[in-house]
Design a protein around this ligand. Structure first.
Ligand SMILES: Nc1ncnc2c1ncn2[C@@H]1O[C@H](COP(=O)(O)OP(=O)(O)O)[C@@H](O)[C@H]1O
Ligand SMILES: [Mg+2]
Length: 300
């Protein structure tokens, strides 16, 4: 599918759903605008609510190459952008010396040419966009440090990179850019200004139920409902890490595999590790809580 074919918000919504991503209208709108205005999107939301998946699905449906930059503390330009291939440069110098062909200026020009450049994700995205459509995913930007964010700002504003020894490289066709943040720290206004912003909340019951039905097709209908209601109630508790959609799907697959047909206390206790991943949370979640939740589910 091409960007031109996604000519309305409805078309985006339908295409995302056809690729198993349950997409509401507000999300479809921001994707539509991003494609038409060539603006990056910054998705914020808790872990496991479907931020990264948007980029994957979008790449899939546009038949684009997905280039992913996973951010972390200490991520620097040489890992994100480019690096000179030092061993290859040294080898070239050695060979040139051995064959007494070591004219200094020429040698320098040679070893600082694109052949000796190692492309990292950002450069790859800018160069790659020349030949094919690229979706650039800058994942979990909140994990990188603020200097890196400032550096990104430059690249995202005009999609160009200058390499002192070579010159300025500019994307002929800007890549589709998706940034995500789990909001462990605030992203600067300057970067936000470059992007369209979309907050992805925990899904409503109806949306999550649809996701489970789509992603775990063999699951019994009643059990799917119970799981979604249970997880929804668990999110109202004061846990350190509330379960996301990823956890709901893990749990659904686990219960399907175990052949369970309904939720009861023993089942919940045995499989609790699918939805709670911290000892403190497991300690807090006791049988009394499960009883209350299961009772409300049964009454509804
Ligand atoms: N709206 C949705 N439609 C389909 N699957 C979804 C949706 N939201 C989340 N998921 C699923 O939930 C899981 C977690 O999503 P992910 O994008 O990794 O979360 P995040 O990046 O927000 O931490 C993935 O398996 C994804 O397929
Ligand atoms: Mg993610």
């Amino acid at each position: 599918m091409t960007v031109d074919q996604l000519d309305s918000i409805e078309a985006v919504e339908t295409a995302m759903r056809a690729h198993d991503y349950i997409c509401d209208r507000s999300l479809a709108t921001v994707i539509f605008l991003s494609l038409k205005l060539n603006k990056p999107i910054l998705f914020e939301g808790e872990a496991g609510v479907g931020k990264t998946e948007v980029a994957k699905v979008l790449a899939d449906l546009l038949r684009a190459k997905l280039i992913r930059l996973q951010c972390y503390e200490g991520l620097d330009v040489s890992t994100a952008l480019y690096e000179w291939n030092f061993p290859k440069q040294m080898l070239h110098i050695k060979i040139a010396e051995a064959t007494e062909d070591a004219r200094r200026e020429q040698l320098e020009r040679e070893i600082f040419s694109p052949d000796y450049l190692i492309q990292r994700p950002l450069l790859e995205a800018i160069q790659g966009a020349e030949h094919e459509r690229v979706v650039l995913l800058i994942d979990e930007i909140d994990r990188s440090d603020e200097e890196f964010e400032a550096f990104l700002l430059e690249i995202l504003s005009d999609f160009q990179i200058s390499i002192p020894e070579i010159g300025t490289l500019r994307a002929v066709r800007p890549p589709v850019v998706i940034l995500t943040s789990n909001r462990t720290r605030d992203i600067h206004d300057a970067l936000k200004r470059r992007c369209l912003f979309h907050w992805i909340d925990y899904p409503t019951f109806a949306k999550e139920y649809e996701i489970v039905r789509t992603k775990v097709p063999g699951l019994h209908d009643d059990l799917a409902k119970q799981i979604c209601q249970f997880v929804e109630s668990m999110r109202e508790q004061d846990f350190f890490k509330r379960p996301g959609v990823a956890e709901t799907l893990d749990w659904s697959r686990a219960l399907l595999y175990l052949g369970r047909s309904r939720l009861d206390i023993p089942t919940v206790n045995e499989t609790l590790g699918c939805i709670l991943k911290y000892k403190e949370d497991l300690d807090k979640a006791d049988t009394d809580l499960f009883e209350v939740i299961l009772n409300t589910i049964r009454q509804s």
